[in-house]
Design a protein around this ligand. Structure first.
Ligand SMILES: [Zn+2]
Length: 498
C-alpha cells in the first residue's frame, strides 16, 4: 500500500463532488480542481480531432477547443496569437536496397526547413547510390569514410540519463517505493544524435540518409521535431532496428549494394495559433501557466496531457473571485512545437521581451507529459508498466518558492518526480519553457521523456491517469502559494552563465 492511499481516496471523493455540474446557465462552477475523468476528458476531446499537426484542420479544432474552454472558464481577452509556421508533408516515399523493398518512414522535415516553401523531392525515379554504414555516426567514423555521393546509414541514438545521477544532482526526489533502480538509464527519445550525424553526412556530400531506430521499439513511426540548427536538404528514411539488421545482413554479402530512395512532398506556410487568456488579479504581477496543444500523432501524452492540466488550472482559477487571486494569471497553449517554434517565438516577443516590466511573467509554470512508463523489452517490443514515467521538474525560482515545490510533490503523491536545477541543462532547457528561461523568466517546468513520445503509439492508454488530478492540485497549490508571496520572493536564481 502506498503512503498516499489516504490522499488518493480523499481526492476521489472531492473529484466526485467536482463532477456535479453547476446549476443554472450563468452559475459559475465551484472553485474545485476538476476530477480525473474531467481532465482525462479534455485529453480525449483533443485526441478526437485527429493528428494536431500545425496548419491542419485538427490543429484548428484543438486551438478552438482550448479557446472556447478558456472563455467558458471566465478568462478574459481570450484570443489566438498567430505566427507564420510551416506544414511539411510527404506524398510518397520508399526505400529499397538492391531491389528489395525495405519498410521505411520518412525523416520529418527532410529536404526543406527554415523559411523555405514549395514542392520538394527526388522525383518519382528516386535517387540510387551505394550505402556507407557509419554506425553511431561519430566524427571519427566519418573521418575514415568517404560518403560523397552515397547514402549514409546510421544508428539513431537517444541520450540515456542515468537515473541515479539524476537523483544525486536533484534538489529533491520523491520515490517513496524506491522504484528507480541503481544504474537505471532512462532513454530520452527527443534528445538524439540526429542533428550531428545528418550534418556530418551533408558536409561529406552524402545524397541521402537511412536512420536505424537503434534504441527504439519495433515501430518506424518516429516523427521528429524540426531542428532549427539543422537545414536538412537531402532525403532520409527511418527503419526499425530489425529492418536495419536485415539491410546490414544484405550489405555483408553484397558490400556494393545500392539504396534507392524515393521521397516527394511539399512544405507550405501555415499559421501556428497560440491560445492565450487572462485572469486579472489584485496586482499586475503575472504568473504564466503554459503547455503546447500541437502534436504529430494523437499526442495523448504529447501534449494533450499538458494542455489538459492548463485547462484544469484555468477552470479552477477562473472560478475564484478576483479578490482571491493576489497576482494576475496568464494561460497559454502554444503551437509549432514540432515545426520550428515560431509560435513560441512570437509569444515571447510580445509577452516577455516587449511587455511592460510590471506584466512580464514572474514565473512560467510549464506542464508537459503526464506519462505512463514504458520500455523496450529484449524482443524490441514496447512494454507498458503501471508506473508513472520518471518526471523532472526543472526550476530556478529561488529558495522560498522551491520549498513549496518540495512540499506539494509528496503531499499529492507525485511519485517518481525529481526536482532539478534548471541551470543543470545550461543555456537552454529540453522543454517548452526554454524560451522563457532564456529570457530570464524563472521556470517550474514539468517534463518527462517516455520512449513513445514521438510515436503513433502515443495514445490515450499512455496517459498516467493516477497523476492527472494530483498534478493539477500540486500546480494549483504552487501557483496559489507563490502568488501570495511578495514578488521580491520570486527573484529566480541568477541566470545561467556559460
Ligand atoms: Zn510536449
Amino acid at each position: 500500500m502506498r503512503r498516499t492511499g489516504g490522499i488518493l481516496a480523499a481526492i476521489l471523493i472531492v473529484g466526485a463532488i467536482a463532477a456535479v455540474p453547476a446549476s443554472g446557465a450563468n452559475a459559475k462552477p465551484r472553485a474545485v480542481v476538476p476530477s480525473t475523468s474531467t481532465i482525462f476528458g479534455y485529453i480525449k476531446d483533443l485526441t478526437s480531432f485527429g493528428y494536431r499537426r500545425t496548419g491542419s484542420k485538427a490543429s484548428l479544432k484543438a486551438a478552438t477547443y482550448v479557446r472556447d474552454s478558456f472563455r467558458r472558464f471566465g478568462l478574459s481577452e481570450v484570443h489566438f496569437q498567430t505566427a507564420r509556421s510551416y506544414a511539411w508533408k510527404v506524398s510518397d516515399s520508399s526505400l529499397s536496397v538492391d531491389g528489395i523493398k525495405r519498410d521505411s518512414f520518412p525523416i520529418a522535415h527532410a529536404f526543406m526547413g527554415g523559411e523555405q516553401t514549395g514542392t520538394f523531392g527526388t522525383g518519382p525515379a528516386g535517387i540510387t547510390a551505394p550505402i556507407v554504414d557509419v554506425g553511431n555516426g561519430s566524427a571519427s567514423t566519418f573521418a575514415s569514410k568517404d560518403v560523397s555521393g552515397k547514402v549514409v546509414m546510421f544508428d539513431l541514438r537517444f541520450l540515456g540519463l542515468p537515473a541515479d545521477v539524476f537523483k544525486a544532482i536533484s534538489k529533491f526526489t520523491y520515490d517513496p517505493d524506491n522504484t528507480v533502480q541503481p544504474g537505471e538509464v532512462i532513454p530520452q527519445p527527443y534528445i538524439s544524435n540526429i542533428v550531428d550525424v545528418v550534418q556530418r553526412a551533408m558536409d561529406g556530400g552524402a545524397v541521402g540518409v537511412v536512420g536505424v531506430l537503434a534504441d527504439y521499439f519495433d515501430s518506424k513511426y518516429y516523427f521528429n521535431e524540426e531542428y532549427r540548427k539543422l537545414q536538412m536538404d537531402i532525403p532520409g528514411m527511418w527503419v526499425t532496428r530489425s529492418e536495419g539488421d536485415a539491410i546490414r545482413a544484405q550489405l555483408s554479402v553484397s558490400p556494393d549494394a545500392e539504396a534507392k530512395l524515393v521521397m516527394n512532398g511539399e512544405r507550405e506556410a501555415a499559421p501556428a495559433r497560440n491560445v492565450i487568456g487572462f485572469l486579472p488579479g489584485q496586482s499586475r504581477t503575472t504568473l504564466l501557466i503554459s503547455s503546447h496543444h500541437d502534436a504529430v500523432w494523437d499526442g495523448a501524452v504529447e501534449d494533450g496531457s499538458g494542455t489538459s492540466e492548463v485547462l484544469a488550472l484555468a477552470r479552477y482559477f477562473g472560478a475564484l473571485k478576483k479578490k482571491y487571486r493576489p497576482m494576475s494569471l496568464m494561460f497559454a497553449t502554444m503551437d509549432s512545437h514540432f515545426t520550428g517554434y515560431q509560435g513560441h517565438a512570437a509569444f515571447l516577443k510580445k509577452y516577455v521581451e516587449n511587455a511592460p516590466e510590471a506584466e512580464r511573467p514572474r514565473v512560467n509554470f510549464a506542464i508537459e507529459h503526464i506519462a505512463r512508463h514504458g520500455y523496450v523489452d529484449e524482443n524490441g517490443k514496447l512494454k507498458m508498466t503501471n508506473l508513472p514515467e520518471i518526471a523532472g521538474i526543472l526550476e530556478n525560482v529561488g529558495e522560498k518558492p522551491l520549498n513549496v515545490i518540495r512540499k506539494v510533490i509528496p503531499k499529492y503523491g507525485l511519485d517518481r518526480t525529481v526536482v532539478l536545477p534548471a541551470t543543470f541543462f545550461g543555456v537552454s532547457l529540453p522543454t517548452d519553457a526554454s524560451g522563457a528561461y532564456q529570457e530570464a523568466v524563472p521556470v517550474v517546468s514539468l517534463i518527462s521523456g517516455p520512449i513513445y513520445l514521438y510515436d503513433r503509439q502515443d495514445t490515450l492508454d499512455k496517459v498516467y491517469k493516477p497523476h492527472l488530478r494530483p498534478m493539477a492540485l500540486a500546480y494549483k497549490e504552487m501557483i496559489a502559494r507563490m502568488s501570495r508571496m511578495d514578488p521580491e520572493d520570486l527573484p529566480g536564481d541568477p541566470p545561467y552563465k556559460p
